[in-house]
Design a protein around this ligand. Structure first.
Ligand SMILES: C=CC1=C(C)c2cc3[nH]c(cc4nc(cc5[nH]c(cc1n2)c(C)c5CCC(=O)O)C(CCC(=O)O)=C4C)c(C)c3C=C
Ligand SMILES: [Fe+2]
Length: 483
């Protein structure tokens, strides 16, 4: 991480510039505080800042007294807990003393990707995924190709995907695990004196976002906190789900007025970082020589254009997340080497590098004998942990010369993690406001008023897509698993 000292107008507070990434989506500020440290994103300067570690409480109070017109906005400071939500909140929300909340009916909406429940669901699930303009980003002029392309790619990919899902029991475990997380979060919120209904909105399979929205309306929820089950923000995951949600809420008289707080990312919350470090520390003990094990973080990739052209903060957030986990391990005296690589690429375009499969081969050849794989972009077991990492990558690593292989389990319902998610919800609640009516529609909506033109475009699109996909390189890129 690039850490350079900068000066700042606030007396007594030394600010360190952390990154200079340009984040051009709405969630461009983050807050993070631990003991006497605070970090936050300044939308004006498009820069993340962190206070120096020895800031006193009074200097932190100075920070907190900033006016909205001051250059750094939305700072949340607390001497004892971490707070980090995309929609920043005020510190230490005391639920019991907040008399307004007694009249509220609070809902929490968990966003997740969803997965096929059975092998029969695989192709329609893949269709939903590839039909999402946040997954295959076509130029606006070509958005009429989205659905025909999705149809072709989903059919091409279905065979290999089915094999993978068959090898993990015939379907995705995501629904069951997300249900368990929702129940655990509900109990934890109750224990923290915030009774709430917890809903699940999957992006590409049941229960769909529409189903959750319908239920929220039926239950007459009066305040909603939206919590993605992705620690880091990506346009392709949290961004896509929020867009789908906004489209549904905007169309509905009641839901468009419902106060909503959206937590955009939470990768730097201490509760999450600590829970990840706990799992890694525990898993290291299964090796004969724990200190010689390389900690190998494997994150789901995204195409490079997302980061370079569309300003997706995913890569920066991922790197910062790994840095924070390693700092936490260091603080515990664990000084192992580590690497970060990106897995699960699909299609012929360039994805974030380095690629997991290539790094595994390289490490094996360089004589690394012990590896601990850490899935870091997702908090449930799913096809990419159970099949890709546990089967494909393990085999590749062992073939390449690695002798001892281990894998950290996904967080699932780990109690410290669920407790931290509950804190994130409680901290976000006061910032709930009605969802903006800004236009976030996808290309497919453009044809609502003209069914004949739409059908014509589908036909021409299918033809073009078919010709495009006849190229052998395209065909093999979507058919083959990446490794
Ligand atoms: C942070 C997590 C994820 C990112 C970023 C992401 C981007 C992304 N994914 C695809 C293509 C596929 N993803 C698939 C499944 C899948 N992906 C994630 C997570 C992220 N995806 C999850 C949790 C799952 C579901 C797993 C399950 O258990 O069901 C699939 C289907 C599986 C397969 O055939 O490999 C595809 C395809 C793209 C193109 C993309 C970014 C643009
Ligand atoms: Fe994916």
């Amino acid at each position: 991480m690039n850490t350079a000292a900068t000066s700042h107008a606030l007396p007594g507070v030394k600010l360190l510039k952390l990154t200079t990434s340009k984040l051009n989506h709405n969630s461009s500020f983050v807050c993070f505080h631990r003991k006497h440290q605070a970090s936050f994103y300044s939308p004006q300067y498009e820069t993340n800042y962190i206070t120096s570690g020895n800031s006193s409480n009074s200097t932190l109070n100075n920070l907190h007294n900033l006016k909205p017109t001051d250059p750094i906005k939305n700072i949340s400071i607390s001497g004892k807990t971490f707070c980090s939500v995309g929609v920043c909140t005020h510190p230490s929300v005391n639920i019991e003393s907040d008399s307004h909340l007694e009249d509220e009916k609070v809902g929490v909406l968990l966003l997740n990707l969803g997965g096929p429940d059975t092998l029969l669901d695989v192709q329609p699930f893949l269709y939903n995924l590839f039909a999402d303009p946040d997954i295959i980003r076509l130029p606006r002029l070509f958005c009429f190709l989205q659905r025909p392309l999705a149809q072709i790619i989903s059919v091409l990919r279905a065979r290999k995907s089915k094999e993978a899902y068959a090898s993990i029991g015939g379907g995705s475990p995501l629904r069951k695990i997300t249900d368990e997380q929702a129940n655990a979060l509900k109990l934890e919120l109750e224990a923290k004196k915030l009774p709430a209904n917890v809903y699940i909105a999957m992006r590409y399979w049941h229960p769909f976002t529409e189903e959750a929205a319908h239920q929220i309306k039926r239950d007459e929820i009066t305040k909603l906190v939206v919590l993605p089950l992705y620690p880091q923000f990506s346009i392709s995951t949290t961004g896509s789900s929020i867009r789908a949600l906004q489209n549904i809420f905007r169309e509905d008289k009641v839901l468009s007025k419902l106060p909503v707080a959206i937590i955009q990312s939470w990768y730097e919350r201490y509760g999450y970082i600590k829970s990840m470090a706990d799992l890694i520390e525990e898993e290291l003990q299964n090796f004969n020589k724990p200190q010689e094990v390389m900690i190998f973080f494997s994150a789901h990739g995204v195409p490079v254009t997302y980061v370079v052209n569309a300003g997706d903060p995913y890569k920066d957030q991922m790197e910062e997340c790994i840095y924070l986990i390693m700092q936490e391990l260091k603080a515990r005296g664990i000084e192992n080497k580590h690497r970060l690589a990106y897995q699960s690429r699909v299609g012929p375009v360039e994805w974030l590098k380095p690629y997991t499969d290539e790094v595994l081969i390289e490490l094996g050849q360089k004589g690394v004998k012990s590896l601990l794989a850490v899935p870091v972009s997702f908090v449930s077991e799913h096809i990419e942990t159970l099949e890709e990492i546990d089967m494909e990558y393990k085999e590749l690593a062992l073939k390449s010369g690695v002798e001892n292989w281990g894998r950290v389990p996904a967080l699932g319902c780990t109690s410290s993690f669920i407790a931290d998610l509950a804190d994130a919800v409680i901290e976000a609640l006061p910032s709930a406001t009605a969802m903006s009516a800004s236009s976030v529609g996808s290309g497919s909506e453009e044809f609502k008023g003209d069914p004949i033109g739409y059908l014509l475009k589908i036909f021409v699109g299918s033809f073009l897509a078919f010709v495009l996909l006849l190229s052998p390189r395209m065909l093999s890129a979507f058919r083959k698993p990446v490794v």
